[in-house]
Ligand binder design. Structure first.
Ligand SMILES: Nc1ncnc2c1ncn2[C@@H]1O[C@H](COP(=O)(O)OP(=O)(O)OP(=O)(O)O)[C@@H](O)[C@H]1O
Ligand SMILES: [Mg+2]
Length: 364
């Protein structure tokens, strides 16, 4: 999969931008706050409909403008598709694939497969469980539409259930509402069980890939193994919902289920979320990202698009080289402040763009 071109209009600090990319390495360099990440963000939105920074649509539109437009041409097995995103200040966004408007955001998922890698990703093991869940959900949503559907339904029902738990204060309507709670619990257990099953399977697939990568990255010193940690422990979701019913009514929130699960990272019988050194945690995070790329390749029978936002300067030379060597067959978009360090390492930098105040110039 390759992104051929990107056009932006009134997006962030770009009035108008029209870029054609190389099929392999594309580097964007420039000082801080010039618009490098904004370019990766536009690509990310074209894959997922949302900003990786969690920015609202209205804030993506250039200051003082009402609407912005992203247009991307992507080549998948020699077939070109065009994706258009119209972001609006005061109304929901419009998305079209090959000029045909889509109704559900999920229709866009899977057209462009993205692996995004930023310095924050290096903290995924150190940070809390929500980041690890976000990682697994992001990845699975791209490669498995059924998962995305089950997850969306699950999350909707958790919200509705929590809402109901808050309403249950009112004693008069208690009985009717408790019956509704039974209905939610039944559906929650159904969708939730499917979500957990698929996540378990994902972890199983990642484990097959990550152990080799991690061994190489640590010079053969460390074995890395991921374990899915369900918040329902050894009992089923249905059972835990029953067991926690009183507690949930008291705290007015759903205390167990896939929205509370975690992934444990073990090296040599040590849970490195708690006991790993910072370097160990970051190396394991890099192994995870590299495994993610491999897994997308295997699952989709195609290479994903890799976005590296300021991440290379965070890695030592050995890890930088390892990463760059592993991605030689993938279209990559790299942002950095200085370009010299790469030119020395990198055998084939294909296109270099200089970014300055919302203007991009090609250098070679
Ligand atoms: N809606 C918007 N309209 C106009 N400009 C915006 C908007 N949102 C952000 N910007 C501008 O975009 C610039 C930031 O762009 P970006 O995050 O791409 O920088 P960067 O080149 O990646 O910098 P760094 O090296 O610090 O990461 C800032 O100058 C900011 O003011
Ligand atoms: Mg940036």
């Amino acid at each position: 999969m390759k992104i051929k071109s990107l056009k932006l209009k009134n997006f962030r600090n770009y009035d108008l931008l029209n870029l054609e990319f190389d099929d392999f390495t594309n580097i964007f360099y420039g000082n801080n706050a010039q618009g490098k990440t904004n370019i990766l963000e536009a690509i990310y939105i074209s894959s997922t409909t949302k900003s990786h920074r969690g920015t609202k649509d209205k804030d993506l539109v250039q200051f003082g403008k009402d609407e912005s437009h992203i247009e991307i041409i992507v080549d998948k097995n020699k077939i070109e598709s065009r994706i258009d995103i119209h972001l609006k200040k005061n109304s929901p966004k419009g998305i079209a694939i090959n000029r045909l408007p889509i109704r559900k955001a999920s229709e866009l998922f899977g057209i462009i497969n993205i692996v995004f890698f930023s310095p924050e990703d290096l903290n995924i093991i150190k940070n809390g469980p929500s980041e690890r869940r976000r990682f697994i959900d992001f990845e699975l949503s791209q490669i498995d539409k059924i998962y995305l559907d089950n997850l969306t339904n699950y999350n909707r029902i958790v919200n509705q259930r929590n809402h109901l738990l808050k309403e249950l204060n009112d004693k008069k309507s208690q009985e009717g509402l408790l019956k509704t709670l039974d209905v939610w619990d039944f559906q929650l257990a159904d969708y939730g069980t499917k979500v957990i099953e698929r996540r378990n399977n994902f972890i199983y697939e990642i484990n097959k890939i990550i152990s080799d990568i991690h061994k190489k990255l640590t010079g053969g010193k460390e074995e890395l193994n991921l374990i899915y940690e369900p918040s329902n422990g050894k009992i089923t979701l249905e059972e835990i919902l029953k067991k926690n019913r009183e507690k949930d009514l008291r705290i007015k929130s759903t205390s167990a289920g896939p929205h509370r699960d975690d992934i444990c990272f073990m090296t040599q019988n040590l849970d490195i979320r708690r006991f790993g050194s910072q370097g160990q945690q970051r190396t394991a995070a890099l192994s995870l990202k590299l495994s993610e790329i491999e897994l997308v390749k295997e699952t989709m029978h195609d290479t994903p698009i890799l976005l590296l936002d300021d991440v290379l300067s965070e890695l030592d030379k050995y890890r930088q080289n390892y990463l760059l060597d592993s991605i030689h067959d993938i279209q990559t978009f790299i942002t950095c402040t200085g370009v010299e360090e790469f030119v020395n390492h990198r055998f084939s930098i294909n296109k270099i763009f200089h970014v300055c105040s919302g203007q991009v110039s090609k250098e070679n």
